[in-house]
Ligand binder design. Structure first.
Ligand SMILES: Cc1cc2nc3c(=O)[nH]c(=O)nc-3n(C[C@H](O)[C@H](O)[C@H](O)COP(=O)(O)O)c2cc1C
Length: 326
């Protein structure tokens, strides 16, 4: 018996383990992605963390110096007043020779022809069954379905994974990854039982040795519980799950009281959020984290984490669950 778990996802995307490190702004850099890849899982360099498309070229090269295993690039396409040059980032990705892209944020349709022409497999991340079906119809190669538990943007439907994953599984025939709230082997086995072909994790990988953020923030994740997140931008229908701190609570209060985006713009600025990770003050700004921080008790290397999840998942499947069958 080999050490791996084989699923439709591992076969289609050519990785050893059914575990993905999803795109993470400021966190999805070469060190973490390479560590995930070297352990046989799929890491995503996060394109927009790099200030320019040229910087992304360098970050992909840096990742290649650290691993010869496959890795992907996350391209998050969100509406913005001054949008980043998405087409230029896409061009860099196409020319880089990477074979996997994670799209998120909006319709992947306009980007698919160029990715597919370059032989790139597209894993599209979305937060509802209807968007998953649409992406499948458009021809993406895999779906990552992100439940209400997740860090970042859970959408506006508030459907947790326990319902969202099997609801999506009724319709999705291409490989499907379950996302949001996964942090350990129990989650992986549950996701497989619910009809997914693997898991995507953000918060859990943020809290690993190779994650390029300040140690204080990793410790804050270890010290926090599942209750320590806030949902900001609810009234703007652009909900984001972030760490509960004085800044995020103020944002919630202002918007719930009828305030508009202008009144919270400075509080939620990306520059402030970035200093959280650089200087290690969890109160310095807004930063994404999921409810599964309540399940996280340590800061292992990404490789040790992946090895542990796969080993324990095998033990649960062949041991505890197998023994229940009379
Ligand atoms: C710090 C952080 C930054 C994130 N940034 C992005 C991003 O830029 N693009 C994206 O598609 N998802 C982003 N996500 C979401 C993750 O890729 C993933 O979908 C989510 O974390 C899954 O939920 P979990 O945190 O419960 O594992 C981010 C998550 C975290 C924790």
């Amino acid at each position: 018996m080999s050490g791996a778990l084989r699923t439709k996802f591992t076969e289609t995307f050519g990785v050893e383990h059914p575990i993905v490190q999803g795109g993470m702004q400021w966190v999805g850099r070469a060190e973490l992605v390479a560590a995930v890849a070297n352990a046989g899982a799929l890491g995503m360099v996060t394109a927009l963390t790099q200030p320019t498309p040229e910087d992304l070229v360098k970050e992909i090269a840096r990742t290649r110096e650290l691993t010869d295993k496959p890795f992907g690039i996350n391209l998050t396409i969100l509406p913005a007043i001054t949008p980043p040059p998405y087409d230029e980032y896409r061009q860099v990705i196409v020319e880089s020779g990477v074979t996997i892209v994670e799209t998120a944020g909006s319709n992947p349709g306009p980007h698919l022809p160029q990715f597919h022409a370059a032989g790139i497999k597209v894993l599209h991340k979305c937060t509802s069954v209807r968007h998953a079906i649409k992406a499948q119809d458009l021809g993406v190669d895999g779906i990552s379905i992100d439940g209400f538990e997740c860090a970042g943007h859970p959408g506006e439907d508030d459907i947790p994974g326990l319902v969202l994953i099997p609801a999506a599984a009724k319709h999705i025939t291409i490989p499907m990854i379950a996302s949001g709230g996964f942090a350990d082997a129990r989650g992986l086995v549950a996701a497989l039982a619910l009809g997914a072909d693997g898991i995507n994790m953000g918060t859990r990988f943020m809290c690993t040795e190779e994650s390029p953020i300040h140690q204080n923030i990793k410790q804050s994740i270890v010290d926090s519980t599942e209750r320590d997140t806030e949902l900001i931008f609810r009234t703007l229908r652009n909900t984001a799950r972030v760490a509960s701190n004085s800044v995020s609570r103020e944002v919630v209060e202002i918007l719930a009281g009828g305030g508009q985006f202008e009144q919270v713009r400075d509080l939620v600025s990306g520059a402030r959020g970035k200093t959280v990770y650089e200087l290690g003050d969890p109160e310095a700004g807004i930063w994404s984290v999921g409810t599964c921080q309540g399940l996280i008790d340590d800061i292992p290397s990404a490789g040790a984490l992946i090895e542990r999840i796969v080993r324990e998942a095998r033990e649960i499947i062949t041991g505890k669950l197998g023994q229940m069958v009379l």
